[in-house]
Ligand binder design. Sequence first.
Ligand code: ZN
Length: 114
Amino acid sequence: MHEVGLVAEALEVAIGAARKAGATRIHRLTFALPSGGHVTPDTLEALVLVMSRGTLAEGAAVSIELLACERRCMVCGTVSGASTDAVECCLACGGPLVERGDVPELALASIDVE
Ligand SMILES: [Zn+2]
């Protein structure tokens, strides 16, 4: 599973940052997820729960910030924002939409430590 690698990487970053701050525990992990992306909030929470066992992040609450996922029309270049999530075609010309490639699938937004 691709998600496992993404979560493992994010946890590593979080734990590294907590250690650097001299923390003994991570209270809360806040992740940024693109809406409509491959990683769903449910999957993310379940993976964090399992993968944080035995680490500073064990038992941490998981918060998720959904990011607007912009999509651009291949034909006319019109950008559709998050409110058009369910829209498959360009509102201006009906052309196919492509996701902008610069949104990370999963990013660590912040951590709260003790
Ligand atoms: Zn268009």
